[in-house]
Design a protein around this ligand. Structure first.
Ligand code: ADP
Ligand code: MG
Length: 449
């Protein structure tokens, strides 16, 4: 971390790396002609900068596009769209030779150091490999450089003669760093560099990266699903959700005053030493939607604990979330009333067939499935909901869908928020910010599912 230096650069310098509208879509193809029938929008238009000497983190749940962002920004995979300026030049226009030079200046470190080592090659040879490729053939000079690099990463010169299988995971990641440093890079991109390591070792490796960054004046882009990792090492952080950056700012500001409900939810899920401190958000439920068919409006609206309530009704926020869950299940066609009837049937012997189960009983069961209390505190909302559930249990899903969509519409499902500056310093993309709504008071509730 290098707050002072970063701020200085931000005032006076140019970014070392500038990513603009970066997209990576994977085509989904079908048939022998590989006709494109859809796209996985793994990275869907992200912008960020990394300044010289700065550490920037990308954080988000698994599958949100972090690794794809890294590999497409250094063109391990060709980006679908966007530009990547490095030291003022657009690398997306580089030819092979220029890319080679660029890849020396930007070194990648991966989660699994194991896979990046040849088991038959000694540590010294592994570190020297890039140097040899570059034409450094003087053996004595090479040994000197290897010894120096090993010591800089906290190992000893004699470790050069050892083999990968003799090293622990943490030691291997140190060797990975030594090898990256042998190229004298300007920047290191590290994708989950400590995720495979024990927690105590994680912290050591991060401290080492911090130390190396200062000594070598490196820029670091670090990718992690783990907020604790980000907090330890990053000057700034970008929070990603489903291929987009939803919040971007100084790490201390983002942690102290998260502006996006997704960031709040991520922060709430960090275990803390104090059991009474449960953060200010609720834990996330539900799966990350598929990036091949991202939700309309705000991509987070299908899981957002703070999804904006429909006008004209008064819900408790957590109950409103569950009503939205019901709407989504209905939209995806997966409320199985027959299965619910079967369940009732197995619990009682007073009905001969599912057809004889009273709809009132089924209605109650549907509400229970979604944890929706009865009645809702707002009588008007209650009557809308009951009417919709009546339609559902009588098989008129389409009518229920339309009725709920009309009555319980939220801007979150139709409007796409954009990143905006916030009062606490960072940028975030949430309609609550655009509409000047305060963060929602979300009650801590324990979900039964
Ligand atoms: P993260 O690193 O955040 O866990 P990834 O960047 O690996 O996420 O993946 C983002 C999304 O892109 C995921 O839904 C993943 O399944 C999809 N994806 C990644 N690589 C490919 C590929 N080669 N073809 C199709 N989809 C891919
Ligand atoms: Mg990844």
């Amino acid at each position: 971390m290098s707050d002072r230096r970063t701020d200085q650069h931000r005032r006076t310098g140019e970014p070392l790396l500038s990513v603009r509208n970066l997209k990576k879509h994977y085509p989904i193809t079908e048939g022998i002609l590989s006709k494109e029938v859809g796209r996985v929008r793994a990275v869907d238009g992200i912008d960020f900068d990394v300044y010289p000497g700065e550490t920037v983190g990308i954080v988000g749940e698994s599958g949100c596009g972090k690794s794809t962002a890294a590999s497409s920004l250094i063109r391990l995979e060709e980006p679908t769209d966007g530009s990547v300026l490095f030291d003022g030049e657009d690398i997306t226009e580089y030819d092979r030779e220029e890319m080679k030079a660029f890849r020396r200046r930007v070194q990648m470190i991966f989660q699994d150091p194991e896979s990046s080592f040849d088991p038959r090659m000694s540590i010294g040879d592994a570190i020297a490999e890039p140097l040899t490729v570059q034409g450094l053939t003087d053996t004595a000079r090479r040994r000197e450089i290897i010894a120096d690099l090993l010591e800089r990463v906290g190992l000893s010169a004699s470790d050069a003669d050892r083999y990968p299988h003799e090293l622990s995971g943490g030691q291997k990641q140190r060797v990975g760093l030594a090898r990256a440093l042998s190229m004298n890079p300007d920047m290191i991109i590290a994708d989950e560099p400590v995720s495979a390591l024990d927690v105590s070792i994680q912290s050591e490796i991060l401290a080492l990266m911090n130390d190396l960054q200062e000594k070598f004046g490196l820029s670091i882009l670090i990718i992690s699903h783990n907020l604790a990792v980000i907090r330890q090492i990053c000057d700034r952080v970008a929070v990603m959700y489903l291929g987009e950056i939803v919040e971007l700012g100084r790490t201390d500001e983002v942690f102290a005053n998260p502006q996006h409900p997704y960031t709040r939810a991520l922060l709430a899920s960090i275990p803390t030493a104090d059991p009474t401190d449960r953060g200010m958000g609720v834990e996330l439920t539900g799966d990350v939607p598929s990036p091949s068919n991202p939700p309309s409006g705000c991509r987070f609206h299908t899981r957002c604990p703070e999804v904006i309530q429909p006008e004209g009704y008064e819900f408790e926020q957590s109950v409103w979330r569950r009503v939205m869950d019901l709407r989504q299940k209905l939209d995806s066609g997966s409320i199985d009333v027959e299965a619910i009837r079967d369940m009732i049937l197995t619990e009682t012997d007073s009905y001969e067939t599912t057809a004889e189960i009273p709809t009132a009983k089924t209605r109650v069961r549907v509400r229970e499935e979604f944890d929706i209390p009865k009645p809702l505190s707002d009588p008007q909302a209650e009557s809308v909901l009951e009417e919709a559930i009546e339609e559902i249990v009588t098989g008129n899903d389409e009518a229920a869908r339309e009725y709920l969509a009309a009555e319980f519409a939220t801007p979150c499902e139709t409007q796409s928020p954009v990143l905006e500056d916030t009062e606490s310093g960072q940028t975030a993309s949430c309609l609550r910010i655009e509409n000047e709504l305060p963060p929602s008071e979300v009650e801590q509730t324990v979900r039964s599912d």
